[in-house]
Design a protein around this ligand. Sequence first.
Ligand SMILES: *Cc1c(COP(=O)(O)O)cnc(C)c1O
Length: 474
Amino acid sequence: MNHDQARFGDDDRYEPLLSETGTATVDVGSESPLPDELTRDELELPTSSEPELSRHYTRLSQMNWSVETGPYPLGSCTMKYNPSFTEDVAADPNAAVHPERSDETIQGSLELLAGLQDYLARIGGMDAVTLQPPAGAAGEFTGITIAKAYHESRDDDDRSEVIVPASAHGTNFATAAMAGYDVVELPSGEDGRVDLDALEAAVSERTAALMLTNPNTVGLFERDIEEIAEVVHDAGGLLYYDGANLNALLGRARPGDMGFDVMHYNVHKTFATPHGGGGPGAGPVGVREELAEFLPRPRVRERNGEYELYDPERSIGKVHGYQGNWLVLVKAYAYIARLGDSGLEDASAKAVLNANYLAEQLEYDIPYGPFHHEFAATAGDRDAADVAKRMLDYGVHPPTTKWPEFVPEAMLTEPTEAENKASLDDLAAAFNAAIADSDEELAAAPSKTTARRIDQATAARNPRLSWHALDDTE
Ligand SMILES: *Cc1c(COP(=O)(O)O)cnc(C)c1O
């Protein structure tokens, strides 16, 4: 066992780093125009042959879960399969444009950006869209900052509160706080939805916005959305739509028609571009006409048949370099263009059907419904995290666990439209086998994975992403 293997448990499979399997000292030459203190005489570099390299990375990829190898039913995260034609489009050498090029020389790229803005505006029922924010959370922050700029532009600057339902994604609370607002948490009603009486008690002349997810994070549609919008608007507040996951609504219902004023989209959830460890995302923001002048700069527009960038006068500024994560936007555009209206409608239909079919097969209690694209099963008197670890032994990726908190031992499950019946049946079998196992078996799980139980909190809060970082902090 070598130095690094000591960090792993005895039963864990270890893949040595390339620098451990073969390192050669390379003479980098002595002639350099750089000052002496910036140069070195030798450098230790790994010397692996192509087959060694290829096998190393293939082995590493096999230690991980991915949507390429099986369903990934993380509720709220929408880990749908990313079709490879979108990668082909993004890999086209013509897609790689330097962001400093002048508008006249990148007309095609600007047209694509304008086209994607247009698609998203139509899907969300919004009037104007920015593609700049690089993630859902960044989109939320952009949207709430726009809401703030709007209130301030009307000298309505005593609004100090943003209302967030208890069931909301954690980023909503963080967004409101980072934008300088006091967060007013709205408890979930008995049916898991917004309680109108509680909302009426919470709104006031201090309300800047209500942030809402619909269907909410356990897949329930807020049937009172029109009344909710009225309550918030009557108090002078704006309605923010968390559209990270539009899988239930695509082609069927639009936040703009429900009364929302500003929203974000996660193209890396709904529009099949990779996310998580798979790549950077994009969190475009859509707004109603009255808010368009505050969108981040620069914006793209078409004038006399030419596309150009311009700075809206009252823009909140920039939230990312250039136009955002360009190649992610290319993939989202390709996905929407290829599916078209009927394809998007089909996606939402299958996403909802798949969630409901899977739920039917489960021997779990599902306290709230009717649900749409995702549902929260409960592990009851078992520990949801243990059950999830056990599911790994049955060869499937488990759902999101222990969230939202108002569902005890929640297993928030979202199969997405990408799974067929056989794959849903496999998932159901794993769910049902895991919950039937003994406490001892659950506590010992997973036993068939590369690594056993890891310290998840430390891995998330103190990630060491390079070999050197591991070494330094030893
Ligand atoms: C994923 C998600 C977000 C945040 O998106 P990121 O891209 O991860 O920042 C916000 N709200 C909901 C409901 C989500 O599922």
